[in-house]
Design a binder for this molecule. Structure first.
Ligand SMILES: Cc1cc2nc3c(=O)[nH]c(=O)nc-3n(C[C@H](O)[C@H](O)[C@H](O)COP(=O)(O)OP(=O)(O)OC[C@H]3O[C@@H](n4cnc5c(N)ncnc54)[C@H](O)[C@@H]3O)c2cc1C
Length: 288
């Protein structure tokens, strides 16, 4: 296989829109191409990117020793019989929600408007309003570069929990997912998606680049946003990174933020939670 890695800006590959340059980015278009790129990269430092809606790019330049592989090109969703929907890893979760609604299939309504790919949602177990991605997962197709094995795992084998799956901390690469949804009236599904969309837009800072909630929900303490408000940190800014004045659990890029700015604000938030509640906040976002 010829070298498919090329230099590229990562600005469009991270929802914070941090400006960063990579010397090696591959954009395979099919699962076979993705597997080939990953096989060729065994032993190299490889970073898998979905749509980059849950990552913090810590550097403004990554030399060729870091190989970025994006799943954005793997973008197909098919509605099958019996309420099953099959989607490739790079498909937008929003697109799958829309396709399901049009087909009269219910189950994804509360996940409507969560940015990112199906692969990212399956890796992170994305969720909102009491629903999580694995509520509707039937199976996940995974490639393990270490062993070269492609396998289909059941929902239980993925061991989903709050923003956790068996894939985190492993070299597993999600190739695609099959969802099991229930028949319902398309108009009712769209109405519910509309309600969720409005709710999200009224609470979350969709007006500025971010990567959603910075931390996992802490145990034994109020929600992160509340802790930051109590600490007077709403609107707190370092460089271009700001604790959103709209939702204090979210950092936004208010203009020209670097990864270092974001990480400095992350530290400030951690310190505030430590001082006020004695809790160690755990990052939900992935630092690259
Ligand atoms: C405005 C906004 C609101 C948000 N609201 C929510 C919310 O309500 N609930 C929620 O859960 N999240 C939310 N998020 C975070 C984000 O949308 C989710 O975590 C999403 O599932 C990330 O998908 P992605 O494709 O962007 O993953 P990326 O950010 O690209 O990757 C995240 C992690 O997943 C890994 N990964 C990605 N694809 C694969 C794959 N195919 N195989 C193996 N590993 C993979 C990456 O290596 C990385 O470690 C929000 C983000 C934004 C910007």
């Amino acid at each position: 296989m010829t070298n498919v890695f090329a230099p590229a800006w990562l600005t469009d590959h991270n929802s914070y829109r941090v400006v960063a340059r990579a010397e090696a980015l591959a954009l395979p278009k099919t699962a076979d191409e993705l597997i080939a790129v990953l096989q060729e990269s065994v032993g190299e430092r490889t970073v898998l990117l979905g749509h980059g809606c849950n990552v913090i790019l810590s550097r403004n330049h990554y030399d060729a020793s870091v190989r970025f592989v994006s799943t954005k090109g793997l973008d197909t969703a098919v509605v099958l019989a019996d309420g099953l929907v099959k989607a490739a890893a790079g498909t937008r979760l929003r697109g799958v929600c829309r396709a399901a609604a049009q087909a009269g299939l219910s189950g994804l309504e509360r996940l409507w408007d969560i940015p990112g790919s199906v692969g990212g949602a399956a890796f992170m177990n994305a969720g909102a309003y009491g629903a999580s991605f694995y509520d509707v997962v039937a199976s996940v197709e995974v490639f393990f570069p270490g062993t070269g094995e492609v396998t289909t795992l059941t929902r239980e084998q993925c061991r989903p929990a709050y923003r956790l799956t068996a894939f985190q901390g492993t070299d597993a690469v999600i190739l695609g997912v099959t969802l099991r949804l229930s028949p319902a009236d398309p108009a009712a599904i769209l109405r519910e998606m509309g309600r969720i969309g409005k709710l999200r837009r009224s609470k979350l800072p969709y007006n500025l680049p971010s990567a959603g909630s910075v931390f996992r929900r802490p145990e034994g303490a109020p929600p992160v946003g509340q802790i930051m408000e109590e600490a007077g940190l709403k609107g707190f800014t370092i460089g271009g990174a700001q604790i959103s004045p709209r939702h204090a659990g979210i950092i936004v890029n208010a203009g020209g933020a670097t990864g270092a700015d974001i990480l400095a604000v992350v530290e400030e938030m951690r310190q505030a939670a430590r001082e006020r509640y004695g809790v160690e906040l755990v990052l939900e976002q992935v630092v690259l």
